[in-house]
Design a protein around this ligand. Structure first.
Ligand SMILES: [Zn+2]
Length: 396
């Protein structure tokens, strides 16, 4: 459990069936083998304290299967989380494989300690991620179509914004977006405060007037209240504001600028901790490095509804070899968890019954998850409610 300050005091406790509200905000529940917080396997080994990371380390072939072990080494390639944001998370992007490898190597060479708060690259892996909403889920994700952003900023009618606006209206493409974003996040402090004040005042007026951009302006106002004097508040006006309904998902590839605003979701990502932040956070912000990894391609973000897989499994299709996430509606009919690779099953509603090939059964209540090693063939699941199934994304 990661008790970050932006967590909800109720969502994760409710999911686990514990008393609410919890004594501290609970931001993330991690299921995986990340060294930062590896899961402990119950009923595994003699003393019951074996972590998933240890188990994978001891027998990668049995735990991960030969294909995954050959491609990723003795390392679970994905990390599964339940994410409960009661407050906005930082504005961030993640590096591509090449950027991560280069950035990690450079910081190693410069001798920046791994646990330093100034460290950007914690490992040499990329971190694409997919978030699937369990409740209505709000996020900022990717740069908006430049023509629409020009309309949104023009409507504010803030004279101090004219100079910035002209960077985009004169060049409504990815170069214009890059120019506008970089000048916004580097506005000198003396200019930033009056500019922010004028923009937020105009946002209030436009929300009252019932603008079609009211949701976007309201988000800027909420961020402005939470992070006064932060240029990320202005940057938020350049991003798509997305609302996911339960069961809908967003895929965030390398370089996608995003911030989760509110809601509970299941998140799966490549097993990495590489985050470059651009604001809306008390944590380390490195704007030049962020600029290097950002993808300024602008436009609408595809919301994934899931593709119908075998036996009613709903698959959130992504191009990533590290992970695959799907959603199972549980019923009396046993569903076969056949896969030559590692799997985690997380129950988010109801109760799942797992039955192994030898007939051994395991009841898994809501909020709990199960590790199914690659060597465990013939496991089936049935029950009531909903489970999320995480595995590697190598071809079956
Ligand atoms: Zn992220």
């Amino acid at each position: 459990m990661r008790p970050y300050a932006w967590g909800s005091r109720t969502a994760i406790s409710e999911l686990l069936g514990r008393p609410t509200p919890a004594p501290h905000p609970e931001a993330e529940l991690w299921m995986g083998a990340h060294p930062g917080d590896p899961s402990v396997l119950e009923g595994f080994g003699s003393d019951g304290t074996v972590t998933l990371a240890d188990a994978v380390d001891r027998d990668p072939e049995a735990m991960l299967g030969s294909a995954v072990a050959a491609k990723f080494g003795a390392r679970l390639p994905f990390l599964l989380k339940v994410l409960a944001a009661a407050e906005p998370l930082s504005l961030q992007a993640h590096p591509s494989p090449a950027q991560a490898a280069h950035g990690f190597e450079l910081e190693e060479r410069l001798g920046v300690p791994l646990d330093s708060p100034d460290r950007n690259y914690k490992d040499s892996w990329h971190k694409p991620e997919l978030v699937c909403a369990l409740t209505e889920f709000h996020a900022l994700c990717g740069f908006r179509d430049p023509a629409v952003t020009v309309e949104l900023l023009t409507e504010l009618a803030v004279p101090q914004l004219d100079h910035y606006l002209s960077l985009l209206s004169g060049q409504p493409d990815r170069d214009g977006v890059r120019a506008l974003f970089s000048s916004i996040v580097t506005v000198p402090a003396s200019l930033l405060d009056p500019l922010l004040a004028a923009v937020l005042q105009a946002c209030v007026a436009r929300v009252r007037a019932g603008s079609r951009f009211a949701a976007e302006y309201r988000t800027a106002l909420e961020l402005g209240e939470r992070y006064p004097g932060d240029p990320g508040v202005l940057a938020s006006l350049l991003l798509n504001r997305v609302t996911l309904q339960p069961g809908q998902a967003l895929y965030l590839d390398a370089g996608n600028l995003h911030a989760y605003l509110e809601g509970v979701g299941v998140e799966i990502m490549a097993n990495s901790d590489n985050v470059l932040r651009g604001g809306l956070t008390p944590k380390h912000v490195d704007v030049p490095e962020l600029m290097r990894v950002l993808d300024f391609t602008a436009g609408d973000v595809p919301v994934l509804g899931g593709d119908a897989g075998p036996d009613g499994e709903l698959v959130y299709t992504t191009p990533v070899p590290e992970f695959r996430l799907s959603r199972l509606e549980l019923s009396d009919r046993p569903y076969r968890l056949d896969h030559d690779g590692p799997q985690i099953l997380l129950v988010t509603e109801g109760t799942a019954e797992l039955v192994a090939a030898d007939g051994a059964a395991l009841t898994v209540p809501r909020g709990r998850s199960v590790w199914v090693p690659a060597a465990d063939r013939g496991v089936t699941v049935h029950g009531t409610g909903v489970a999320y199934r995480a595995m590697d994304g190598l071809a079956p």
